[in-house]
Ligand binder design. Structure first.
Ligand code: MRU
Length: 350
């Protein structure tokens, strides 16, 4: 059965608590937007597309709560919800794209509060359905890049748990596996939150895809040993020139891949592109609590007086990216020109 971490019942949102995986499949039942906001901040739901879709459903939850209000009062409440959701996590731009879509719907002409409620709910549902279609298209385009059986390395979690279903970088890996063209996946544990060890390994085990877990510091060695034919990662925000923000550690992998002459691919939907941000330097990088580094599973691993830094993302310059795989095709050797060309050709669909 396909793994899903977001379940909309029609009037509640159920989120699989990703902080409890792989030990326990616990679900969080959300009736209010604030439940969803807390789940996003606490990384119970995470991954750029999954954050965006959960936030869209959070607006739907508030529309249900406020359905007895006047249209004007309901609009005001929903705009406040959108603002709140935008404050949850700063780097993944999909959240802001989804909130822009929801804001347009909230402000559109409606006949009454019930009409507004229906529109908000159906827009959240549409965004969720589109995410699945988008990921499958990314998987198809990505798999076409590889001729023979490949061994790949991936970082963080970009699969069903990070999206609505299927995944971006993990979608490409899944498509390759479906076509019998994947030999092996090396999974970076992804310190400090261990999305690789806890979530990607869980998804690959669930799918029966052969994989080996490595610590982030083993990647160079694996590459040198000829065990990696390609690196495939996801993205949280891609600037107009192709510079890509993704989970901390991604930049280091791109540098290593260049040194070992291994192609480095980014798989992401068009909703991850931020055409108003001209280069990676302008991408806001989320700083999380140092305790997420000094503690492991709640147990202190560093001296109590030691403080830790925790930038949650880094930026890979476009020069290090072999190609960006999107739902509308592949951008080879991304530059400001080629990114803009793809964006224009796709039309303003996001
Ligand atoms: O902090 P996280 O777990 O939300 O970070 C997730 C990532 O960096 C993913 O690679 C990215 O969101 C792409 S998910 C399809």
């Amino acid at each position: 059965m396909t793994l899903r971490a977001i379940h909309w019942t029609g009037n509640t949102l159920e989120l699989l608590d990703q902080t409890r995986l792989p030990h326990e499949e616990a679900w969080i039942r959300c009736n209010r937007a604030e439940n969803v906001a807390t789940a996003i901040v606490d990384m119970k739901v995470r991954g750029a597309p999954a954050i965006a879709i959960s936030a869209a459903y959070a607006v739907a939850l508030e529309a249900i709560q406020h359905r007895h209000l006047s249209v004007a009062a309901m609009r005001e409440a929903l705009m406040q919800t959108i603002e709140r959701m935008c404050q949850t996590r700063p780097t993944a731009v999909n959240l802001f794209a989804a909130m822009r879509t929801m804001s347009d719907v909230v402000q559109s002409e409606v006949t009454d509060a019930d009409d507004l409620l229906q529109r908000v709910v159906s827009t959240a549902e549409r965004l969720a359905q589109e995410d699945v279609k988008t990921n499958r298209a990314i998987g198809r385009h990505g798999a076409e890049l590889f001729l023979g059986p490949v061994q790949v390395l991936t970082h963080c979690n970009t699969g069903s748990l990070a999206t609505v279903e299927y995944g971006t970088a993990l979608g490409v890996i899944r498509a390759l596996a479906d076509q019998g063209r994947l030999t092996h996946v090396y999974v970076d544990e992804t310190r400090p939150y261990l999305q690789g060890a806890r979530l990607t390994a869980y998804e690959l085990s669930h799918e029966g895809i052969p994989h080996t877990l490595i610590t982030d510091s083993m990647a160079a060695h694996m590459m040198k040993q000829g065990k990696v034919d390609a690196v495939i990662v996801g993205a949280d925000r891609i600037a107009a020139n192709g510079d890509t923000a993704n989970k901390i550690g991604t930049y280091g992998l791109a540098v290593l891949a260049k040194h070992h002459q291994i192609p480095f691919y980014v798989a992401a939907p068009l909703s991850t592109f931020d055409m108003k941000t001209l280069s990676g330097e302008q991408i806001p990088i989320e700083e999380r609590r140092g305790e997420e580094v000094t503690e492991l599973g709640g147990v202190r691993i560093a001296p109590v007086t030691t403080r830790a830094a925790h930038p949650a993302f880094d930026v890979t310059p476009h020069e290090l990216i072999t190609a960006i795989i999107t739902e509308v095709g592949v951008i080879h050797r991304p530059t400001e020109h080629s990114v803009r060309e793809t964006w224009m050709k796709a039309g303003d669909t996001v």
